[in-house]
Design a protein around this ligand. Structure first.
Ligand SMILES: Cc1cc2nc3c(=O)[nH]c(=O)nc-3n(C[C@H](O)[C@H](O)[C@H](O)COP(=O)(O)OP(=O)(O)OC[C@H]3O[C@@H](n4cnc5c(N)ncnc54)[C@H](O)[C@@H]3O)c2cc1C
Length: 493
């Protein structure tokens, strides 16, 4: 009999690990709390429509991209589209469109940031060069912290053939994004700073003062390197991963909340609502703790929650233009200071996406558009409020977010349905309030990255808490790293 692996949580990280392990011949059992797979890259059905739980844009799907390589190895069928114009960022006094096309992007930077045109161009060129080097190293499969030879992946041969890139990375290893802004005397140039902070808050969970330059260069450049809309929504990635696990002989059990985890006689005993049993290896993808050492949830690193609104708009909304340009897939709006409620329990840019609507059976609803809106939320306050205060704050935040979008484009006249969720909503459905992973500070990303190997025997940690960090692409990579570590350590007979 082969080795048995229990994966707790069917997020991207856990499912990616499960698919690689099942492919290799491990007996994989995934136990998921919710009634659908995907976690914050999943979906849920409400009022006859399929809404995303969180993630909407995929990265790394370009030919030979980081995610493309993984899904090809697993022979997954995942239809998607490249977004040529993924996003507009609305700053306090101007708007910047992100274009995939290099020429359009260069022109956009020049037109929108004219005051410091030359420095901005040089800064952005450097940022993209660093991001290329980081992408190259990430593609080697290196997993940090490096404590076993296999953690290196193909890094040694890459280093030999790319010495210049390695020297650059060594030079910038402990820099923050603000350090690079300073190098070009741009640290006080407010529009560029606002643009970078808005992007970093979503992608790196912190702003330029703290964000480590190396992973952040990738986070900032990745929208242009390749942003993708997965047909029927991001949840499809997790659905096809789960299907692959089952096809390879594994099982994915839904509504199977894990309650307890104990280790005895070199076996993990997992107790869940639907299935309990002994396993050789456990992978925790939940981001929650089942006791000391089982997750990084107890670490001293701060992590954000999210406040989300799901909405349906009439399809005539598509025909609107934004100051003479077609609508992008997403809007990232830096809220105005008057909206004080958006600077209290919630924080950061208001992030809205527009995508086709699907019903509960996965059929397109032609006369509707799905809109999601989110903002970072500090999870602390919500639990302490009385029911009435909780409801009132929730409404105030929702209204303020709508107001911010309405300033940019008319949604009021097209709105069919809307419903908000706080960090406590995430807690109810996903078991945790922190859904942002740890901010990509120099400490979290470079000097003390969080390993997929835990301090406990035969127990691994994957997902947005582990290296390389937050986001679907990083979570997927952590799953791959954990699967590789397991294959090297716990051999099949
Ligand atoms: C609002 C929002 C928008 C986002 N947008 C994007 C985006 O556009 N692009 C992008 O790349 N990333 C985005 N992200 C980030 C991305 O969604 C996450 O980083 C990623 O999906 C996390 O994956 P994970 O592997 O850590 O698993 P998670 O998604 O954290 O899943 C954990 C799973 O564990 C399950 N679980 C919890 N407790 C138990 C238990 N006791 N027993 C069994 N199962 C349990 C949960 O139900 C869940 O399914 C967004 C996140 C949010 C919140």
């Amino acid at each position: 009999m082969g080795k048995t692996v229990c994966i707790i949580g069917a997020g991207v990280g856990g499912l990616m690990a499960g698919a690689f392990l099942a492919k290799k011949g491990y007996q994989v059992t995934v136990l998921e709390k919710a009634t659908k797979v995907g976690g914050s890259a999943g979906s849920y059905v409400r009022k006859g429509r399929t809404f995303p739980t969180g993630a909407t844009i995929a990265f790394g799907l370009e030919e030979r991209g980081l995610l493309d390589t993984l899904i090809k190895e697993l022979q997954l069928d995942l239809p998607f589209q490249l977004l040529q114009h993924p996003m507009d960022i609305i700053l306090s006094d101007r708007r910047i469109s992100i274009y995939q096309d290099q020429k359009r992007w260069d022109e956009e930077l020049q037109q929108v940031l004219p005051e410091r045109q030359k420095d901005v161009q040089t800064f952005w060129k450097k940022l993209e060069q660093i991001s290329e080097y980081v992408y190259g190293v990430t593609a080697t499969g290196v997993s940090m912290p490096i404590s076993r030879p296999y953690d290196l992946g193909k890094l040694p041969s890459h280093a030999l053939t790319h010495p210049k890139a390695m020297l650059h990375l060594a030079r910038y290893a402990t820099w923050t994004v603000e350090d690079l802004l300073r190098k070009y005397h741009l640290e006080s140039y407010e529009p560029l700073r606002q643009l970078i902070d808005a992007q970093l808050m979503d992608a790196a969970q912190t702003d330029c003062t703290e964000a480590a330059l190396l992973p952040s260069s990738l986070a900032l450049a990745i929208y242009r390197r390749g942003s993708f809309y997965i047909e029927k929504g991001m949840g499809q990635l997790c659905e096809v991963l789960a299907e692959r696990i089952v096809e390879l002989g594994g099982e994915v059990i839904l509504a199977a909340t894990v309650k307890e985890l104990t280790y005895e006689q070199k076996k993990w005993h997992v107790t869940s609502r639907k299935r309990s049993g002994e396993f050789d290896i456990v992978i925790n993808n939940t981001g929650i703790s089942f006791g000391k050492g089982t997750s990084y949830a107890d670490s001293d690193s701060f992590s954000w929650g999210a406040f989300r609104v799901d909405a349906l708009l009439k399809d005539s909304f598509w025909h609107q233009e934004l100051q003479g340009r077609p609508l992008p897939f997403a809007l990232q709006i830096v809220p105005s200071k008057e909206q004080t409620v958006l600077f209290s329990d919630v924080h950061g840019p208001v992030y809205a996406t527009f995508q086709p609507a699907y019903d509960g059976q996965g059929e397109k609803v032609l006369e509707e558009i799905m809109m999601t809106i989110s903002i970072h939320a500090n999870e602390d306050g919500w639990r302490k409020e009385s029911k009435d205060v909780y409801k009132a704050i929730k409404q105030q935040i929702t209204d303020a977010m709508f107001k911010e979008i309405q300033k940019v484009i008319n949604i009021k006249d097209y709105l069919i349905y809307e419903e908000s969720g706080t960090p406590l909503t995430y807690k109810k459905y996903m078991g945790k309030t922190s859904v942002g992973g740890f901010p990509l500070t120099v400490r979290n990303a470079i000097t003390k990255p969080k390993s997929v190997r835990s301090s406990l025997p035969q127990l691994y940690i994957v997902g947005e808490q582990a290296f390389p960090g937050p986001g679907t692409l990083s979570s997927a990579l952590s799953g791959y790293h954990a699967a590789r570590a397991i294959m090297h350590t716990h051999h099949l007979k």
